[in-house]
Write a protein that binds this ligand. Structure first.
Ligand code: RIB
Length: 309
């Protein structure tokens, strides 16, 4: 078993520090334009949020996983805690109160693509003080994974609070300008095309390989670019050119949460000691499995389902 340098053996393979949302999902034939109204399907409420999704995805694969998040003292918060516990996630770090649970308003079109608006609610109250107070939890994990549905100050505090030897994985979603200290701590920075273009701005080149070069120049030790049905591209400053990792072909039903499942699987496998290409090879299979079913957490595969893909 790997150890954090100079500390006790890890209790958790993965700690996710991030958001928990109730996903309010409606199927639509097409999205409304400005000023337009369309009719959709019946409303379905799922547990979601990029942080909570990652924690469930990792636990379902067999990782010893913990979640540090904040939910409201309300029905949505209870739904989220129940889904974490059912998946086997350690919820000792899930704080309650301060605001209503975050909500995501999601439309899914017939091709499986989604559009999402998040009302952060309690996620916005996960403060740097909460992160400092969770120092034992941070010290308990081989890998810590964060996203940007919690305050950027709390993400930066997480990066500062890592125990020696603990690896930080950041998916900057939804994208925002990142401080240098956060970029420098990423190993890897995990982005999709939209997030890569946001971070690189007008300097974004024409190909994923050029985005990887541009992102690496900003300071992360490694970069992973997800390319949907085309898999992923990985780039590690510790050696070699960027490498393409293909995805199995599947029929997409709903892409919601597939990126979260990918990132969780990647983070877990890196913590087990796999290199970036190996870990991404596993993660693209997890992401592919996740798009074949509706919803976010409900679509995440077990290790047996990944092996069968
Ligand atoms: O990545 C998918 C997630 O984004 C949804 O579950 C929704 O809650 C938003 O956070």
């Amino acid at each position: 078993m790997q150890k954090n340098e100079g500390s006790a053996p890890s209790r958790h393979d993965l700690l996710v520090v991030g958001s928990a949302n109730a996903d309010l999902v409606v199927g639509v034939d097409r999205r409304p334009g400005p000023g337009e109204t369309v009719l959709g399907s019946d409303l379905v409420v799922h547990p979601g949020g990029k942080g909570a999704n990652q924690a469930v995805a990792a636990a379902r694969l067999g990782a010893r996983t913990a979640l540090l998040a904040r939910v409201g003292d309300d029905a949505h918060g209870r739904l989220l805690r129940a889904s974490q516990q059912e998946a086997g996630v350690d919820t000792g770090g899930v704080l309650v109160g301060g605001a209503p649970t975050g909500v995501a308003l999601i439309t899914v079109d017939p091709s499986g693509d989604n559009s999402i608006v998040v009302s952060p609610g309690a996620n916005a109250r996960l403060t740097p003080g909460d992160i400092r107070a969770a120092a034992p939890l941070l010290a308990s994990a081989r890998v810590v994974s964060v996203q940007l549905e919690i305050p950027l100050d709390s993400v930066a505090e997480t990066a500062r609070s890592l125990a020696p030897g603990t690896r930080l994985v950041l998916n900057p979603s939804p994208p925002a300008p990142l401080p240098d200290e956060v970029l420098a701590a990423c190993d890897p920075l995990v982005v999709n095309e939209h997030e890569a273009r946001f971070i690189l701005g007008e300097g974004a080149g024409p190909t994923p390989e050029s985005w990887a070069r541009g992102l690496t120049a900003l300071g992360p030790r490694s970069v992973v670019i997800t390319l949907g049905a085309d898999g992923a591209l990985v780039s590690d400053t510790r050696g070699g050119d960027p490498v393409r990792v293909p995805s199995p072909r599947v029929d997409a039903v709903d892409t919601t949460g597939a990126g979260d499942a990918f990132t969780a699987a990647l983070a877990w496998r890196l913590g087990l000691g796999e290199d970036l290409t190996e870990a991404a090879g596993y993660a693209v299979r997890v992401g592919a499995a996740a798009v074949t079913k509706e919803g976010a957490q409900a679509s995440f595969p077990t290790a047996e389902e990944v092996a069968a893909l």
